[in-house]
Design a protein. Structure first.
Length: 274
């Protein structure tokens, strides 16, 4: 097998040198994988994604990314431009990522920082506007857009860099059903182009439909399962334990129904006990 894009060994992270965010994470991610990092709120999945993006750095352990140790020092040098051109990150909340006066400027910003020729930048922006269906927004101020429109803009700002690796933090967060469908179609298209897509999520529909591998984080901030979507989704006891689904009971006469519920009802299971 080829050298992994990310080789994460024994990574732990502490906030303020005190509060545990991640505990002893070891995993490898290879080119072309579509991976969901699944976990309840507070399990550390967003922190793990930010470590892979070089936005925060482990308290313990190491990360090799694209063949180089991913450290603060190396991202202050020549490797930084190469890394930022290859790895795109989309925050959970688009408001923290938009800052330019217009949508066009927002999408053009990244390529301009990489000294890409102006003609190529213009072509990339125009292509992204068309691909995402947001050409009508190009002169609008990003902060005045709807939540779904902002999500498209920040995705456009990342896609204009044409990264090989896309890191998405809770990509369906705050999206209306129509925009969720649009996002699913976009992510399915990226898989066809063999992009490496890594998503932090608690959305089981993403796990089932858009990934080929799932790593599960517990509320103790460590990996408790790593497998195919089918393997993960059938392990009801594990999903209950990590607080991805919950269970309640109610009675109809002499029959007790046990219902397990996740973020999407389509994944509910029902068991009858006499």
């Amino acid at each position: 097998m080829n050298e992994p894009l990310f080789d994460i060994k024994g990574v732990s992270y502490r906030y303020s040198d005190k509060y545990i965010g991640l505990k002893d994470i070891t995993m490898q991610i290879h080119s072309g994988e579509s991976l969901a990092i699944l976990g309840a709120n507070g399990s550390g999945k967003s922190t793990l994604l930010k470590i892979m993006a070089g936005l925060v750095f482990p308290s313990f352990g190491s990360v090799i990314a694209l063949g180089k140790p991913l450290t603060q020092d190396i991202l202050s040098g020549e490797f930084a431009g190469f890394f930022r051109s290859k790895v795109g990150f989309v925050f959970q909340e688009p408001d923290v990522q938009v800052f330019c006066p217009t949508v066009w400027d927002e999408i053009a910003f990244g390529p301009l920082q990489l000294d890409i020729p102006k003609d190529e930048v213009i072509k990339r922006v125009e292509d992204v506007l068309d691909m995402l269906g947001i050409r009508a927004l190009k002169e609008r101020q990003p902060h005045h857009l709807s939540g779904g429109e902002k999500k498209k803009v920040v995705l456009g700002a990342v896609l204009s860099l044409n990264p090989d690796i896309l890191l998405l933090d809770e990509p369906t967060n705050g999206l209306d059903p129509r925009t969720q469908v649009w996002l699913f179609e976009l992510l399915a298209g990226l898989r066809k182009f063999k992009k490496t897509v890594i998503m932090a999520t608690h959305d089981l529909s993403i796990v089932e439909d858009l990934t080929d591998r799932v790593a599960v984080l517990s509320e103790e901030h460590t990996i408790v399962a790593d497998g195919t979507p089918a393997e993960i989704l059938k392990d009801k006891d594990m999903l209950l334990k990590v607080n991805i689904i919950h269970e309640h009971t109610h009675r109809h006469g002499d029959v007790v129904h046990i219902h397990s519920h996740g973020p999407f009802a389509r994944h509910d299971e029902h068991e009858d006990k006499q």
